[in-house]
Write a protein that binds this ligand. Structure first.
Ligand code: FAD
Ligand code: NAP
Ligand SMILES: C/C(=C\Cc1cc(O)c2ccccc2c1O)CCC[C@H](C)CCC[C@H](C)CCCC(C)C
Length: 396
């Protein structure tokens, strides 16, 4: 009788899934122990979301922030399968794909991330633009191009959500649109960037003010139409003409995750143990935005790339440990700080005892993200381009 190779199936190739696959491929598997690693994603590209805004300003190109999985997984031994996950039979340990194929697994990694809910107010699904992935960025780019080519004197943009995405988008778009832009940032609370360190919040407020972005605080979006947005402020509703509404509020787990017979919290996130295993299913690991995870100290971890990136190391290690009869490690989250883009030559950074803003923070943020990019080969390609491109641009 032939013994079947152990198969690890990773669903989702974002910060959680891709980095788990890469780490797993680097672990010291002994001869004959090396499992088959399969990474499944609906897209052909990994997306480095923290740098997604830079596509809109032309500062970066698609290949830099969204390399293909084929390129990234070259010579790692990880098999990539481009497919939409439609279900999981947790009893038979089989993943169902939309094209009808099935993949059986010995260990399963759930890392499907989240999506932006557009059904929070009437009209948003039809008229608002989300900003989460490459298709969103391309769709938004196309709308901006049409507006820029129109003969309208002003381009009126409303950005819903004064969190990180809303603030970063507002600053980048203000720089792109220049004098033609009329931007407003709509925030339901009485403060933007509620969870940010004071230094970053102050730098962001200063940048928004300098760029003339109008702040609507304590303001709720009532509804969105093709060319208007209705805003409620202190029980009064105003309807304002707009050319573009961008929706950045909320993260919801994908519908396929909701259908799984696994314990979930009120937001649909899957409950994990500190070792990142799913309750009652020690063969299934969950991480990133879809996981409800309390770390070794009992702290609930936020839904960020920084967290998913760190969880990937633990997930890979714990899968390796579970297959080689070693003890598993509880996830220890290290909050290293946060960085924010505040335009085409401005950023803010608070972390590891360092506080920076302006162009220095801009460069530091770029370097810190270069260091976080997947694979040394991709880092080299991108880093080389960042060094050489300004020289070519100056000469041409
Ligand atoms: C514009 C933007 C900027 C951000 N900036 C930062 C930042 O600066 N710092 C930070 O810490 N966090 C940032 N975040 C948050 C961060 O991107 C997420 O927390 C992080 O990506 C979560 O990682 P994940 O692996 O859970 O999911 P993701 O990285 O979203 O990956 C999920 C993957 O699953 C795939 N997938 C989904 N459903 C299916 C399906 N049914 N079948 C097959 N594949 C599927 C997707 O294609 C995707 O590749 C930002 C988010 C956005 C939108
Ligand atoms: N640079 C970075 O580090 C970075 C960049 C992007 C994303 N991220 C991470 O990715 C995740 C998502 O971030 P995000 O910025 O996209 O979203 P977010 O953090 O959820 O921010 C959304 C903002 O919108 C507000 N809001 C909620 N409902 C609203 C409504 N109906 N109308 C108007 N405003 C409303 C929220 O206010 P309340 O807070 O009062 O609810 C919050 O300020 C977070 O975990 C974040 O840390 C990080
Ligand atoms: C705040 C820092 C890291 C946290 C962090 C934030 C994210 O948004 C992530 C997204 C995705 C994956 C991981 C993370 C993540 O870990 C970085 C702190 C950086 C330090 C404070 C110092 C940075 C030094 C520069 C690299 C060099 C500066 C040179 C300068 C221009 C002279």
């Amino acid at each position: 009788m032939t013994e079947q190779t152990t198969r690890i199936c990773i669903l989702g190739g974002g910060f959680g899934g891709l980095y788990t696959a890469l780490r797993l491929s680097q672990l010291p598997w002994e001869n004959g122990e090396k499992p088959e690693i399969v990474l499944v994603d609906q897209s052909d590209r990994f997306i480095f979301a923290p740098l997604l805004y830079e596509l809109l300003t032309g500062e970066l190109q698609t290949w830099e922030i969204a390399p293909t999985f084929t390129e990234l997984l070259q010579s790692t031994g990880v098999r990539f399968c481009q497919a939409v996950v439609s279900g999981i039979n947790t009893e038979q340990q089989r993943v169902q794909l939309q094209d009808g194929l099935e993949i059986s697994y010995h260990r399963l990694v759930l890392a499907l991330g989240g999506e932006t809910p557009l059904d929070m107010v009437p009209g948003a699904t039809s008229y608002a633009y989300p900003f989460r992935n490459i298709s969103d960025a391309y769709r938004l780019e196309e709308r901006l191009r049409v507006l820029e080519e129109s003969d309208a004197e002003k381009i009126r943009v409303a950005i819903v959500g004064g969190g990180y995405s809303g603030v970063e988008l507002a600053c980048k778009l203000a720089d792109r649109l220049g004098e033609r832009g009329r931007l407003r940032l709509i925030e339901i609370g009485d403060e933007i960037l509620r969870t940010s360190p004071e230094f970053n919040r102050a730098a962001a407020k200063k940048a928004l003010e300098a760029k003339g972005v109008f702040l609507d605080l304590e303001t709720k979006v009532e509804s969105i139409r093709q060319d208007t947005i209705s805003l409620q402020y202190k029980s009064q509703v105003d309807t304002i003409p707009v050319d573009l509404v961008i929706w950045t509020v909320g993260t919801r787990v994908a519908p396929v995750v909701k259908t799984l017979p696994l314990k979930q919290n009120h937001r649909g996130q899957i409950t994990t143990t500190p070792t990142l295993q799913v309750l009652d299913h020690s063969e299934i690991f969950a991480l990133g935005d879809l996981a409800d995870c309390h770390d070794a100290e009992g702290q609930q971890v936020p839904a960020t790339a920084q967290v998913a990136f760190q969880q990937a190391d633990y997930t890979a290690w714990n899968i390796w440990a579970s297959l080689t009869n070693r003890p598993l490690l509880p996830f220890r989250y290290q909050q290293l700080g946060e960085m924010m883009a505040l335009g085409k030559d401005n950023a803010t950074l608070t972390g590891l005892g360092v506080k920076l803003d302006g162009s220095l923070a801009y460069v530091a943020r770029r370097l810190a993200y270069l260091y976080r990019m997947p694979t040394f080969h991709h880092q080299l390609k991108v880093g080389f381009n960042w060094l050489v491109r300004p020289i070519i641009d100056t000469l041409s």
